[in-house]
Design a protein around this ligand. Sequence first.
Ligand code: SAH
Ligand code: SF4
Ligand code: F3S
Length: 461
Amino acid sequence: MAKRLYIETVGCQMNMLDSEMVVASLRKSDFELTSDVEQADVILFNTCSVRQHAEEKIYSALGKLRQLKQLRPDTIIGVLGCMAQKDQRHVLDRAPFVDLVIGPGQLHRIAELIDRAGGAESAQLAVSLERRDADRRQVMRSHETFDPLRDPEMRPTPYQAYLRIQIGCDKFCTYCVVPMTRGPEQGRSPDEILAEARVLADQGCLEVTLLGQTVNSYQYRKGEQTVRLPDLLESLHAISGIERLKFVTSYPKDMTDGLLQAVRDLPKCSPYLHVPLQSGSDAILKRMKRGYTVSQYRDMIERVRQTIPGAAVSSDFIVGFCGETYQDYQQTVEMLRWCRFKNSFIFKYSVRPGTRAAERLPDDVPDGVKRQRNNELLAIQNSISETENLAFIDRQVDVLIEGPSKKAARGHSEISALQLMGRTHCDRIVVFDGPDQLVGQIKPIRIDRVTPHTLLGSLVD
Ligand code: SAH
Ligand code: SF4
Ligand code: F3S
């Protein structure tokens, strides 16, 4: 009989993709998915360390399994992902009943490790080398990208897929744990990426989103040549079947004219860029070691607007970073107003042990102030998003239809079962009524109404 696997995933798209790969590879080892944790033979948490809150949620979910493990000691409980790499054996201090701790660079060993955990007395630990433990080559080799063959059934929708082009990060922003958990930046070979994209296209995938922590810094040395993101986009563009190409997350300093021109000239490239600003104050950006000034970021946005008119740009912000004064914060408000992002993710600064900021800079903005700044920025962004969306009223947009809308999926009583959702080329969410045979197609929708986060419309006959 097939063994049952329960998996929970938090964190970024990279983690979603890792979980997809884990499930696909375990299905090959005779596992089937269950959504009932009580029924599972193997319970996995794919974790995130980017903020303390994300870790606390996982430790509390693990705590709830203590009893289950006592009642059914054969159940295998595993902690995967960034928290596994960061906390390593310390995961077992807080949750001694855990059987597996596997960092993101070791996920290719998952099937073997689950097998071993079955008969083992002690927990199986598989993590990558830390940067200070060995030379760069060895550390790089210990962080392996995990991209086995793709299984369309394992994607949230078979028409869309993430495709990893880069692992790790070398930017070392002072607040950020990712360069530790994901290791050195490494571009995947273009041949592997293209082969994977062709598999996806053959499976009927219409939209491919390229993933990397600083995706536009991508480079791969091939003999004398260096392949960069614009080259990769051009090659991917030639694959028939793929209709849309996106890439996240971009690093402001590496947003070259060549890349912007590629996005402009290749019609399959979505006019959508996620380029986090983080703060509108030069003093804070410097303390964050982001590597650009506010005025350089402004110039970058101006180049985007000139080269790709109508492009949607989104951002991330951290409020309450070490030493952030009211004036610093006001400069962030000013930049938020000036940039007119499609949307922004806003986070309260969270100290991450092991980072430069944790070691050298005091976390001196009170939580209440962080919360207030967070809420205020969100309100400003919402009103900008809504105003930007108003321009879509009475316009027709091409929507890749992903499935039932959130409300329809929850079986909301007043909502027709046929309320569908999809996205525009510029990544805006569109909701409309239609038959579910349309899922997985790109169709024109006329927009009638908008909210800050959604365009509402109807099918064009
Ligand atoms: N590689 C991407 C995303 C990194 S994590 C990038 O460079 O943009 C996603 C977002 O989490 C970051 O953009 C940042 O806004 C936020 N973040 C990272 N570390 C954080 C911390 N210690 N506290 C609060 N937010 C953080
Ligand atoms: Fe973290 Fe900065 Fe790297 Fe993004 S670029 S993953 S914020 S260190
Ligand atoms: Fe979190 Fe790791 Fe992604 S820390 S944001 S899951 S790279």
